[in-house]
Design a protein. Structure first.
Length: 135
């Protein structure tokens, strides 16, 4: 079951993540090895979530920070008062790199759900960021 979930995630990423150098989708092998090299524990990240469950923006921020080993950042969105220090650090990290930004109304909306288009944008920005670093 675990391998099936990983395969589904890798296939989704490869269909929706474009290599900016070639304009082609990243290969399944590249995405799977990137997840493995990063030590991503998908079971932990998606604990308690089923295949059709939605993911919140704050959860995606944590995932991206972990996968790309981003340094903690400082998040300064007015809707984040009372959010945990870990959440603030992850949101600050992805915001500082431009991978995830606010919602246009000045808020981050960390409990808001990520739709397919947003996830595709986040994946592309993450991979662009990773390649800029030469990794």
């Amino acid at each position: 079951e675990k391998e099936k979930k990983i395969k589904q995630i890798v296939e989704y990423l490869s269909r929706n993540a474009v290599n900016p150098q070639t304009g082609n989708p990243h290969t399944n092998e590249r995405l799977k090895s990137a997840l493995e090299e990063a030590g991503v524990n998908l079971d932990q990240i998606f604990a308690g979530k089923g295949a059709g469950d939605s993911v919140e923006r704050g959860e995606v921020a944590h995932l991206v920070q972990q996968v790309f080993d981003l340094a903690d950042g400082k998040a300064e969105f007015p809707d984040l008062r009372g959010v945990s220090a870990d959440d603030l650090a992850a949101i600050g990290a992805v915001n500082a790199t431009g991978i995830m930004t606010g919602q246009g109304n000045g808020e981050f909306d960390h409990e808001g759900l990520v739709n397919r288009a947003q996830l595709t944008t986040i994946i592309n920005r993450s991979l662009d960021h990773d390649e800029v670093l030469g990794e």
